[in-house]
Design a binder for this molecule. Structure first.
Ligand SMILES: *Cc1c(COP(=O)(O)O)cnc(C)c1O
Length: 422
């Protein structure tokens, strides 16, 4: 589908008159609409809750919006737990799905009453030693090993991760032993979690994963006698970064999971199991964009457009070769008859937002919108080359724009340095 920015050029120029580029801009109306669609798609499951993966967009006003829409959070570090606490999330609204977990993070998660999702068998003893007990509600992350494949894979669908190569989760055998051990140590309510593929563009991913986890849950309950309270499908639902990609249909996904539930859990007498999700990308990616201005045009062996953002503001293209669609504002109807590398200023040749991209002629001063940066965009930013993180702005439902994070200043960059000289 054609990718159209959620702001018009005039609106964006007005925003840029108040806030210098580059910045990330989020669309409140879009975020709310997606959160409502997700809730509706899983409304057949009374205990359903989406726990937004905080790492995707760790900004309080974004978490507030999602909380108002009934979401919880998924945290994987101490500071994410602290931010969630400050935003008013409490108890089982917080999922703590971490790995290689430091002791103080288990302490904080337990103090908040978060649901702890253990990544490894040895973490059972580690948790017990660290906090002195095993919580009544506990979850374990499963890794089936091998390669995750869908029964019927759709065109263009590629599984991004092989579970057998991923560092996460318990093996199947460890899961059975782990549940028994946790039960003996006082756990009463059990959860099962798995994250097997990332950025999937197929309505079949969640249903296929659900089928696998539901069957396992039935076996686990039978063999260990543990009461399985919830199944967490985690993240991995993708967005259509490229215009030619089909978008996921969350209603079809919810319905696919429901069919598995009816076919596997209900006949086993497990029709009270709650479904949880931990989506980051699906919730936010398409509701954020990176706004940047063309500041240079360079003509050497290739045609380069230099913009005022760089990989420090959006790392995915440099890190994964990820595609982010670019709209040159005001030139939407111009022919895409120029081939450009759109680059940032880092002294790293992978600092390219686009390579050999066909775009309309770009003049310096043009505003460029990089699409779908609302998740894993700002949050993966870093300070290489002394580059500073940008501001984050929220386009509110009422049309006003509010700054929700200021841009870093050099003082921020220097703040952690020890100036021990006179
Ligand atoms: C990153 C992460 C998510 C979110 O993944 P998305 O692909 O953004 O949906 C969910 N759960 C865990 C444990 C994660 O690490």
């Amino acid at each position: 589908m054609e990718k159209i920015p959620f702001v018009k050029k005039e609106q964006l120029e007005a925003i840029c008159a108040r806030y210098p580029t580059p910045f990330h801009l989020y669309d409140e109306a879009g975020i709310r609409a997606t959160a409502r669609a997700v809730r509706e798609a899983f409304a057949w499951n009374p205990g359903f809750r989406e726990h937004f993966a905080v790492k995707a967009t760790p900004t309080p006003q974004i978490l507030d919006i999602l909380r108002e829409e009934g979401c919880g959070v998924d945290c994987s570090s101490l500071t994410e737990l602290m931010m969630s606490e400050r935003c008013g999330f409490q108890g089982e609204e917080i999922m703590f799905s971490s790995n290689d977990t430091p002791a103080e993070e288990f302490v904080k998660a337990a103090q908040l009453g978060a649901i702890i999702n253990l990544d490894d068998y040895t973490h059972i003893d580690f948790l017990q030693k660290t906090i002195g007990y095993i919580p009544e509600t506990i979850s374990c992350r499963f890794n089936p090993g091998g390669v995750f494949q869908l029964g019927e894979s759709k065109e263009g669908f590629q599984v991004m991760d092989s579970p057998g190569d991923a560092k996460y989760g318990f093996t199947r055998l460890q899961l059975f032993d782990g549940f028994k051990k946790l039960k003996a140590l006082g756990a009463r309510h059990f959860g099962l979690h798995a994250f097997l593929a990332s950025n999937t563009i197929s309505n079949d991913y969640y249903p296929a994963l659900a089928g696998q986890l539901f069957r396992l849950a039935v076996e686990l309950e039978r063999e260990t006698g543990c009461d399985i309270d919830f199944i967490n499908l985690s993240g991995g639902v993708g967005v259509d970064y490229r215009p030619e990609q089909p978008a996921n249909d969350i209603y079809a996904i919810g319905e696919g999971v429901r069919q598995q539930y009816e076919a596997i859990l209900v006949p086993a007498g497990m029709g009270d199991v709650r479904i949880l999700t931990e989506m980051g990308r699906y919730m936010l990616a398409s509701h954020g964009c990176l706004v940047t201005r063309a500041i240079h045009a360079k003509h050497t062996y290739k045609e380069y457009i230099g913009v005022d953002a760089c990989a420090a503001n959006l790392m995915r293209p440099a890190m994964y070769g990820a595609y982010h669609h670019i709209t040159v504002m005001g030139k939407e109807d111009w022919p895409c008859d120029h081939k450009y590398d759109v680059v940032g200023s880092l002294c790293e040749n992978n600092d390219k937002f686009a390579i050999d991209r066909m775009l309309p002629r770009i003049d310096t001063g043009d505003l460029l919108v990089m699409h779908d940066t609302g998740a894993h965009g700002f949050s993966m930013g870093y300070n290489y080359n002394g580059r500073l993180r940008s501001a984050e702005l929220l386009l509110q439902e009422d049309g006003d724009v509010r700054m929700i994070r200021r841009a870093e200043t050099p003082e921020d960059y220097f703040a952690t340095l020890i100036w021990d000289r006179d």
